[in-house]
Design a protein around this ligand. Structure first.
Ligand SMILES: Nc1ncnc2c1ncn2[C@@H]1O[C@H](COP(=O)(O)OP(=O)(O)O)[C@@H](O)[C@H]1O
Ligand SMILES: [Mg+2]
Length: 256
């Protein structure tokens, strides 16, 4: 018997007041892979990951994480089950330092209960120590040691994107879903974000990345899903997607 994929999406459908934003999308994500989702604006990429991560309720279809049905469960429950996502617009606490932002991201996952919290028990202390060690590890991985204690508000947009990525990794999720991690980021910083993702991937992390930057996706991903008008029109490795003229010309505006 083969193990179920880390994530299975079956017939996912989402309507907004008569508009079918996601139309029966199915795919599977294997553990330890990096999968890209590309497609024109409005093709349903964000809505798909909203439905998977519990930020929208699908109208039909199923989402299975490690074989367990998580369809329609609230976002915090899905996050605790091991699926964490980031947003197109960075969500950080401006006045908190980089380190505090990362510790804040770990807080909902320190399930030692309010009694332990109140009593400052050994279990609570261990959870806090583990989060602090993880924060230091991730700050080093994103190369922002110099900004460790600086308020997030002073960071460049690209640096904020790196902090948002690190924050997603704080609870050691099974699957990380990134919505446009390099949109609006300068080319040097794009390379840095790419290297961080590759380092995390080498350490065993699984990624699904929604991105407009096709070259970025081609470099990082072993498998790419192409969305058009709410549906998955094709799926393949970068070579297959790149050689599909239909995809390149009609959907991405690139000439083969
Ligand atoms: N909350 C919402 N309410 C109504 N329509 C929405 C909402 N979110 C997305 N849509 C619509 O659903 C379609 C898919 O949007 P989206 O998933 O954001 O596409 P993408 O991320 O591929 O650009 C678009 O037509 C968009 O306008
Ligand atoms: Mg989007």
């Amino acid at each position: 018997m083969t193990a179920p994929p880390l994530l299975a999406v079956e017939g996912l459908t989402k309507n907004f007041a008569g508009l079918r934003a996601v139309d029966g999308v199915s795919f599977a994500i294997a553990d330890g892979t990096i999968t890209g989702i590309i497609g024109p604006n409005g093709s349903g990429k964000s809505t798909t990951i909203d439905c998977i991560s519990g930020f929208q309720r699908p109208d039909a279809g199923r989402v299975l994480l490690d074989g367990a049905d998580i369809t329609g469960r609230p976002a915090d429950a899905i996050a605790r089950a091991g699926l964490i996502r980031t947003f197109q617009a960075v969500r950080l606490y401006d006045q908190m330092s980089v380190r505090e932002n990362l510790l804040q991201a770990a807080r909902p996952f320190q399930q030692v209960g309010w009694v332990a919290d109140f009593l400052r028990t050994a279990a609570m202390r261990r959870a806090v120590d583990a989060a602090e060690a993880r924060a230091e590890e991730l700050i080093a991985m994103i190369g922002l040691e110099r900004y460790r204690d600086a308020p997030a508000v002073i960071l460049s947009y690209g640096q904020k994107k790196l902090v948002a990525l690190a924050a997603a990794l704080m609870p050691r999720p099974r699957l990380v879903v990134l919505d446009e991690p390099v949109a609006g980021v300068n080319p040097t910083r794009i390379r840095e974000i790419e290297e961080v993702i590759l380092r995390l991937h080498a350490a065993g992390e699984t990624f699904v990345i929604v991105e407009h930057n096709v070259e970025f996706i081609m470099r990082l991903c072993s498998r790419i899903l192409v969305f058009v008008q709410g549906a998955k029109t094709m799926e393949g490795d970068p070579a297959a997607v790149q050689s599909d003229e239909r995809v390149l010309e009609a959907y991405l505006g690139i000439r083969a």
